[in-house]
Design a protein around this ligand. Sequence first.
Ligand SMILES: Cc1cc2nc3c(=O)[nH]c(=O)nc-3n(C[C@H](O)[C@H](O)[C@H](O)COP(=O)(O)OP(=O)(O)OC[C@H]3O[C@@H](n4cnc5c(N)ncnc54)[C@H](O)[C@@H]3O)c2cc1C
Length: 412
Amino acid sequence: MSDATGVIVIGAGQAGVQAAEALRAGGFTAPVTLLGDEPLGPYHRPPLSKAWLAGDVDAAQLVMRAPELLAKKGITLRTGVRVQAIDRSARTVTLADGSTLPYAGLVLATGSRPRALPLPGADAPNVLPLRTRADADGIAAALRHCAQHGLPVVVVGGGFIGLEVAATARKKGLAVTVVELAPRLLGRVLAPVLSDWYAQLHRGQGVVVELGAGVVGIEQQAGQATAVLGSAGQRWPAGLVVVGIGVVANDELARAAGLECERGIVVDDCARTADPAIVAAGDCTARRTADGTLLRLESVNNATEQGKSAAAALLGTPRPFTGTPWFWSDQYDKKLQMAGLSTGADQAVLRGSLDAPGFSVWHYRGDRLLAVDTVNNPREHLLARKLLDAGRWPAPAQVADSGFDPAGVLAP
Ligand SMILES: Cc1cc2nc3c(=O)[nH]c(=O)nc-3n(C[C@H](O)[C@H](O)[C@H](O)COP(=O)(O)OP(=O)(O)OC[C@H]3O[C@@H](n4cnc5c(N)ncnc54)[C@H](O)[C@@H]3O)c2cc1C
C-alpha cells in the first residue's frame, strides 16, 4: 500500500470506526479518512430501540467516538459525505459533489438499511423503520403523539428491533400489537422454546402478539396510516406503524465496482474481497466460511471484529475472525445474550427454569455444542463464549443438571 495516499473508509459506523482505529493501532502513519453520509459523527445504534427510545440516556451517551478523539488519532472524519462510485483501476472514489479522492487501501463499511414494506399505504409518514438516530427520533415523537391521543402502536415484524420497540412503547403505557408472519417470534435466530418464552413475556406485559399473520396493506386517512390490514381480513388500528422486517446490505457500491456480492459484499475470514486494495466489514458483508457457505451477521461484535480484520489485511498482517459470535437484546428487564450460532442444532437443553429470573438454553448438534442463549445470566454467557472458543463443553445431560458447574470443563 502506498503510504502517501492512505486509506479511505466508507461508512462512519461501528465497523468503519473500528477499522480506522485499528489501522492507527497497527502503526499505519499515512492519512486515514472516514467518510459517513449521516449528518452525525459515529454513534451507537443498539440504544436506539432501547434506552434512547425510552429516554433513559442523553445524546452524549450515544456518541461512539467524539470527532476530537478521532482527530487526535489522526483520523479525518467527514460527515454528510456520500460516496457515489468506486473506480478500482484508478483507485479513486467519487463523492456526491462530483469530487474524487484517491486511495491506496479502501474499507467498505457501508452497513445495511431496513427492508421496506412493499405494500399499499406503507408510504404514510407514520409508517417508520428504525436504523438511524433520525429514525429513532421520528419514532420517539410519534410515540409521544400516540400517548397524547390514546392511539395504539402496531409493530410489523417480530424480530429483535420490532420487539425492543414494542417493549419500550409498552413501558410507556401505549397499546401495542406485534404482527408476525411466521408462526413464532424470532424464528430465524431462536429455538422454539425461546420464541414461545418471548411471546409469553410480551403477552404478559399486555402486548397483543399476532403470529402467522400476513400484512396486506396499510389503511390511510388524510395521508396518515390509521390501521394495518391483515391477509385474513384483520384490521389493527394504529397511530404509528413501526416496520422491523429485516435489513438489506448496502452492497451497491461494491456491486457496481465489479466485486462479488451475494446478499452482501463477499469477503473471506480476513475481511478481504478479491481486490487486494479493498476490504469490507460489518453489516454490508457476507463472509465465505470454510465450508463455502455465506454467513451474514448483523451485530456489534461482528462489525468490531471484522473492522479489526479489515485493517489487519490492509496492513499485510491478515487476522482471521473466526471467534465465537455474540449478540444481545434487551426487552423489559430481560437481557438475552447469545453466544455462538444455533443454526443446525438438533437439541436444545434448558438449564434452570423458564419461570426463574434467569436461565439458559444450550444448543447441540449431536454431542457438539453450537451455541448458548442466556437470559439474565451474564456469568454463564461469558463462560459459554470461553467454552466455545476453547472447543470444550459439558455433555447435554450435565448441562441439564443445574447442580453441575460447566466451568469445571475448562479446568486444566
Ligand atoms: C435499532 C437497532 C438496535 C440494535 N441492537 C443491537 C444489539 O442489541 N446488539 C447488537 O449486537 N447489534 C445491534 N444492532 C445491530 C448493530 O447496530 C449493527 O450490526 C452495527 O451497527 C453494524 O455496524 P456497521 O458499521 O456495519 O454499519 P452501520 O452502523 O450501519 O454503519 C454504516 C454507515 O455507513 C453509511 N454509509 C452507507 N453507504 C454510504 C456511502 N455510500 N457513503 C458514505 N456513507 C455511507 C451509513 O449511513 C452508516 O452510517 C442494532 C441495530 C439497530 C438499528
